[in-house]
Ligand binder design. Structure first.
Ligand SMILES: Cc1cc2nc3c(=O)[nH]c(=O)nc-3n(C[C@H](O)[C@H](O)[C@H](O)COP(=O)(O)OP(=O)(O)OC[C@H]3O[C@@H](n4cnc5c(N)ncnc54)[C@H](O)[C@@H]3O)c2cc1C
Ligand code: FES
Length: 258
C-alpha cells in the first residue's frame, strides 16, 4: 500500500459561497503537486476530540502556487469547525487520496460532466483538465454556487428543484431538455442521482464513471468502513466489495451495485 504522509496545510482564504457552503483555499504544496481531478483529501480537525479525518473532494488545483481549493457544506461538528478557519490558521491533511476520474477516456470524445449538490465541486477541476468541448450539468437543491467558474470551464446547464434557475427538475431533466448527447459521462452526487445517471447511461449506451461517497474512517484502505458492493470480486477481501477510499471514489458505473 502506498504510504501517505500527513501534511500541515495553511489556510490562504476562506469565503462563504452560500448558506452553509464554504470555499477554502489551502497551501498544501505536496498535495497540489500530486493531485488530479476527482481525488480527495482527508482533513483533520484541530479539536482533538474529533479524531477521524473528514474526506473532502479537491475542487481546484493551483500547482504553481502549491494550493488546493475545497468547497464544502457544513454537515456536522467537523465541517462546522472548518468553517471557522481564518487565513494563516493551520490544519493537518492527508492526500491526495483515491483514484480520480479517468481523464484519458475523455480524449477526443464528447464529455458530459454531471454534478449534484455537494458533488458539484470536483467537476470544476475535472472540466479544466479535459481539453476540448465539455458539457457540465449541475443540479442544485437550493442556492447556486460555483456557477461562474463552471461556466468558464465548459458549457454549463443548470437544474434546480424549484425551477428558480435553469431547468426545473433533475440533472437528467436538464440533459433531456437541452438535447445533450455524449460519449462519456463522469458524475458525482447523491446516490439516487448516481443510480439514475447509471440507468440513463445504460439506456443510451454511454460509457459512464461515477464518484461514490460513503462514511469513512481511515481514508486509506485499512479499516473497510467505506466498502461498496461491486459486480466483480475485490483482490483485498476476495468478496464482492471495493473500498471507496482506495479503489474509488470513482468507479465504472457497470462495476458497482447502486
Ligand atoms: C470521497 C468523499 C468526498 C467528499 N467530498 C465532499 C466535498 O467536496 N464537499 C462536502 O461538503 N462534503 C464532501 N464529502 C462529505 C463530507 O466528508 C462529510 O460531509 C463530512 O465528513 C461531515 O463531517 P462532519 O464532522 O461535519 O459531520 P458529522 O456527521 O459530525 O461526522 C461524523 C463522522 O462521520 C463522517 N461522515 C459524516 N458524513 C459523511 C459523509 N457524507 N461522507 C463521509 N464521511 C462522513 C465524518 O467524516 C466524521 O468522521 C465527501 C465525502 C467523501 C466520502
Ligand atoms: S475508510 Fe478505511 S478502508 Fe476506506
Amino acid at each position: 500500500m502506498q504510504k501517505k504522509k500527513m501534511q500541515r496545510a495553511v489556510v490562504i482564504e476562506q469565503t462563504k459561497l452560500g448558506e452553509g457552503i464554504f470555499s477554502l483555499w489551502l497551501s498544501a504544496p505536496e498535495t497540489a503537486a500530486a493531485a488530479c481531478a476527482g481525488q480527495f483529501v482527508s482533513l483533520y480537525c484541530n479539536n482533538e476530540t474529533r479524531l477521524l479525518p473528514r474526506p473532502i473532494s479537491i475542487c481546484e488545483i493551483d500547482r504553481a502556487k502549491g494550493a488546493i481549493r475545497l468547497v464544502y457544506r457544513v454537515a456536522g461538528a467537523g465541517t462546522s469547525e472548518f468553517s471557522g478557519l481564518l487565513p494563516g490558521d493551520t490544519l493537518d491533511l492527508m492526500g491526495p487520496l483515491g483514484n480520480g476520474f479517468p481523464l484519458k477516456e475523455a480524449e477526443g470524445r464528447r464529455v458530459l460532466l454531471i454534478g449534484g449538490g455537494i458533488g458539484i465541486p470536483p467537476m470544476l477541476e475535472t472540466a479544466r483538465e479535459i481539453s476540448g468541448d465539455v458539457m457540465i450539468t449541475a443540479g442544485y437543491r437550493d442556492a447556486l454556487f460555483l456557477t461562474e467558474e463552471l461556466g468558464g470551464a465548459g458549457r454549463l446547464y443548470i437544474a434546480t428543484e424549484d425551477g428558480s434557475a435553469g431547468t426545473k427538475g433533475t440533472v437528467l431533466d436538464a440533459i433531456r431538455e437541452n438535447g445533450l448527447e455524449a460519449d462519456v459521462i463522469f458524475a458525482c452526487g447523491p446516490k439516487p442521482m448516481l443510480a439514475a445517471v447509471k440507468a440513463y447511461a445504460v439506456e443510451k449506451g454511454i460509457r459512464c464513471w461515477i464518484s461514490l461517497e460513503e462514511r469513512m474512517a481511515c481514508g486509506i484502505g485499512a479499516c473497510l468502513a467505506c466498502v461498496t458492493g461491486t459486480v466483480g470480486t475485490d483482490e483485498h477481501t476476495g468478496v464482492h466489495n471495493s473500498r471507496i477510499c482506495r479503489e474509488g471514489p470513482v468507479f465504472a458505473a457497470e462495476e458497482v451495485q447502486i
